[in-house]
Ligand binder design. Sequence first.
Ligand code: CTP
Length: 221
Amino acid sequence: MTRPIRCLITAGPTREFFDPVRFISNPSTGKMGYALAQAALDAAWTVDLISGPVALPPPQGVNLYPITTGAELHETCHDLFPSCDILIMCAAVCDMRPAQSHPHKVKKETFEWNVRFEPVPDILKSLSNVRKPGQVLVGFAAETRDIAEYARRKLEEKNLDWIVANDVSRSDAGFASDTNTVTLYARTGETYALQPGTKLEVASSLLALFAPTLSRTQSNT
Ligand code: CTP
């Protein structure tokens, strides 16, 4: 008897607060991550979906874990990662946070106009450092130029099995679009330029490419 594949997907943006009413983030809407979750359900996988703040209903059947900040995403990922067969890190993590966060709304008269930022630690890298043999790790590379070069570099530096390169400067492929065009790079050297399609079609094509490596893993355990 084989158990269903257990998949951990992260989706949407994270927010980093300067004070309770002001934050820095990015334009991610969660559409690609939610499409991946739907495609995984369609493939009869068990899906844990960690989601930043988005305006989408969760696909019926996922285990939903809402988060807001990078620190919350980090903690929830580390809680759930040990039990997944595959992690698909589609969240658009906000890479920087204000060095100081104020507990109350800051008044304009006392606002520091030069806000200092500090880095949000790389969650994917921290997960790949604690991976168990057989766990498959997939990252997304959101780029606006030199896409192949940056994506391959992230594949290596984050120690991933796959990276999905996304040109987010295109209106038909990036944030908020219902369609996507991506190129998939494998640790083993293969490159797959996927057919453009709806985010659900692209998600299904991606999962079909990941699935054979997962089946091998499952029969090994
Ligand atoms: N990521 C992460 N933790 C971060 C930043 C990114 O886990 N602090 C993950 C993203 O979810 C994605 C991958 O790393 O799967 C690449 O994210 P991306 O934003 O494209 O690149 P960065 O690593 O943030 O590098 P840069 O912003 O310099 O392009």
